[in-house]
Design a protein around this ligand. Structure first.
Ligand code: FPP
Length: 238
């Protein structure tokens, strides 16, 4: 969800106004994904590197998370959305951890869109944490090193059980992954849009999905698989 700061700057507003304006597209995107039948939407809300920002900005982002989770959870629940967090939870303020837990518990039984919130998330840190979990299993004698394969590692990640992302949309025009889902996005289709996140709307999502459908996915092979359905349908392991 990049470009909040630049959106504000262009309007002569403080960065905080950009982050506040970034809440509206969260709602619009969740609704549109639900209507399109997309199974999983992951939003990169706060990275492990975002702590480098000035304290007031970090505090605002944390309180926005609590505000959004608490305000929206009832409606998300009514719409059958299931909320799940990824990232290093113990590094988050207690209020954010509690709000996330409340949302996860309330929506745990829902079968609709899975809304994954990446909070204090970093792709490299996620791989490190998964390696530590596996090392502990080996140390305890429950796992042999030779039994560690891609599936076992994937099952040790925060994203265990989720399909790999078919489409990765980056707003704000920067051509980089910025530590987002590094393991999971090995074969994701990348789409960079210059639109700043506060301006990202339903039409932008539809355009991104249409572009995805035009992509030829080969997963390293020679066959061509049109983008087609979103939702792990193109998983190279199935
Ligand atoms: C990046 O823009 C945006 C963020 C780091 C924060 C996004 C978070 C929200 C909109 C809150 C939503 C909350 C939930 C729970 C989904 P930037 O500040 O890096 O923009 P810039 O590159 O223009 O400076």
């Amino acid at each position: 969800m990049d470009g909040n700061g630049r959106w504000a700057q262009r309007r002569g507003l403080p960065r905080s106004a950009g982050h506040r304006a970034g809440v509206r597209p969260v709602r619009a995107t969740v609704e549109a994904c639900g209507e399109l039948g997309i199974r999983v939407l992951t939003l990169y809300a706060f990275s492990t590197e975002n702590w480098k920002r000035p304290r007031p900005e970090v505090d605002l982002l944390m309180s926005l998370c609590v505000e959004v989770l608490d305000r929206e959870v009832a409606e998300l629940h009514t719409k059958g959305v299931r909320v799940r967090g990824i990232g290093r939870r113990d590094g988050l303020p207690a209020a954010v951890r509690a709000a996330l837990k409340r949302a996860e518990e309330r929506t745990a039984g829902n079968q609709g869109l899975q809304l994954v919130l990446a909070l204090n998330y970093g792709g490299r840190q996620e791989v490190v944490d998964a390696a530590r979990r596996l090392a502990r299993e080996v140390q305890a004698g429950r796992l042999r090193p030779e039994d560690i394969d891609e599936d076992r590692l994937a099952a040790s990640m925060d994203t265990a059980g989720l399909p790999e992302p078919d489409l990765l949309i980056r707003c704000g025009g920067e051509m980089r992954l910025s530590n987002f889902l590094l393991w999971e996005s090995a074969y994701s289709e990348l789409l960079v849009t210059p639109v700043h996140w506060p301006d990202f709307g339903r039409a932008d999502l539809l355009a991104a999905v249409a572009e995805f459908q035009r992509r030829q996915r080969r997963f390293g092979g020679l066959g061509s698989t049109p983008g087609g359905a979103l939702g792990g349908a193109g998983d190279p392991r199935t």
